[in-house]
Design a protein around this ligand. Structure first.
Ligand code: DAH
Length: 363
């Protein structure tokens, strides 16, 4: 026989939601004892049903009400317990020193912006999700161009509304096109133009010197009567300011990039100090930049008349510049997020790079 008082007592004392659920199943589930009583009603004579109907219905309602009440009580107790456990003590003293530090990449990006701003360059940005026209075609790399294959591109499965293939940009060079077309946020007009474009780029490549995401900076100058001499002076002035040394020596080597003609690779001289390469002097050479005079086809793709406008462009890896300047030797550490590495190589938040104060003073 069903003892409703005992059932209610058990429900009222259930200690957990799981226990409550098993009580519900035992009494009100498909084969529960109260459910069995309800089923018996169907087989009774009309007189018996008159007597037992209200009684059994009452059991069912009482049990349901008790379950709902206990459930609400257990749930609010759980919330109370969580609130008590998650309390923060706002009266705790602040740490002695602020703990965060500026990542060397952010620091170097700020240094670059500061140095180039001093030479009249503005910062331009473009999307990291690009289309293949801006990333390749407009930069004189048509579909069959072998340089495309060298970029280890991450493609998206779907094309955009214009039917162009979508990809993660493999270099910052597409910002050249956007700047000339006047479609970056920062640059409504086409030419003359003096911009740098720092930012993230992506290639499907990973080892001690390559990560699938890395940083580049692009430079572009478009004006009348621009020549290679301007390019060399600009890069020399930039590298002297960046490495904070006067004895920077550059060597321009003929090279090939689809988007420049002629193209040059820029080497910087180094000196060996305790077996480590330090920029400055000319004991040896290492490559630091790609550059050249902007190809006429690229100027035309940027919507400008190549008979009227010329210019130069350059591009380089920001991570590599940071490693050379601050002496890290594994690129992967930049992206590990290890607090010890950051507190060693990071920069104080208030140490803004300025030309007068020194562009990069380690924390
Ligand atoms: N976009 C080239 C790369 O990712 C770098 C580069 C080379 C950029 C020469 C330039 C340039 O603007 O003139 O390897």
């Amino acid at each position: 026989m069903v003892d409703i008082n005992q059932i209610i007592r058990a429900i009222d004392h259930a200690g957990t939601l799981d226990e409550l659920e098993s009580l519900r199943i035992r009494h009100l589930g498909k084969s529960g004892d109260i459910s069995a009583l309800m089923k018996q009603l169907g087989t009774m004579s009309p007189e018996d049903r008159k007597t037992f109907g209200p009684l059994f219905n009452g059991y069912q309602r009482q049990a349901n009400d008790a379950l709902a009440a206990r459930k609400a009580a257990l749930e609010s107790a759980a919330i109370e317990a969580r609130l008590a456990a998650e309390r923060i003590d706002l009266s705790l003293p602040a740490p002695e020193r602020p703990r965060g530090s500026v990542h060397p990449i952010s620091q170097v990006m700020d240094e670059l912006a500061e140095i180039f701003a001093d030479m009249g360059f503005a910062v331009a940005t473009g999307p990291e999700i690009e289309d293949d026209w801006h990333n390749f075609t407009a930069l004189n790399m048509p579909e069959s161009h072998p340089a495309r294959a060298m970029h280890d591109t991450f493609y998206f499965p779907d094309r955009n509304a214009q039917g162009r293939e979508m990809l993660l940009r493999t270099h910052t060079s597409p910002v050249q096109i956007r700047a000339m077309l006047g479609v970056t946020k920062e640059h409504p007009a086409g030419a003359p133009l003096r911009i740098i474009a720092p930012g993230r780029v992506y290639r499907s490549d990973s080892d001690a010197t390559h990560t699938p995401m890395f940083h580049q900076i692009e430079g572009l100058v478009i004006d009348r009567d621009i020549h290679l001499g301007h390019l060399k002076w600009t890069l020399e002035t930039f590298l002297k300011a960046f490495f904070e040394r006067e004895d920077i020596v550059l060597r321009l080597r003929p090279s090939y990039f689809p988007f420049t003609e002629p193209s040059v690779e820029v080497d910087v001289g180094y000196t060996l100090v305790n077996g480590k390469r330090v920029v400055g002097g000319a004991e040896g050479w290492m490559e630091v930049l790609g550059s050249g005079m902007v190809n006429r086809r690229v100027i035309a793709a940027g919507g400008l008349d190549p008979d009227e406008w010329q210019g130069f462009a350059f591009g380089t890896g920001v991570d590599r510049l940071a490693m050379l300047k601050y002496g890290m030797d594994d690129l992967r550490a930049f992206f590990d997020g290890d607090g010890r590495w950051l507190s060693h190589y990071g920069f104080a938040a208030l140490d803004m790079p300025t030309l007068s104060g020194g562009v990069g003073t380690a924390a």
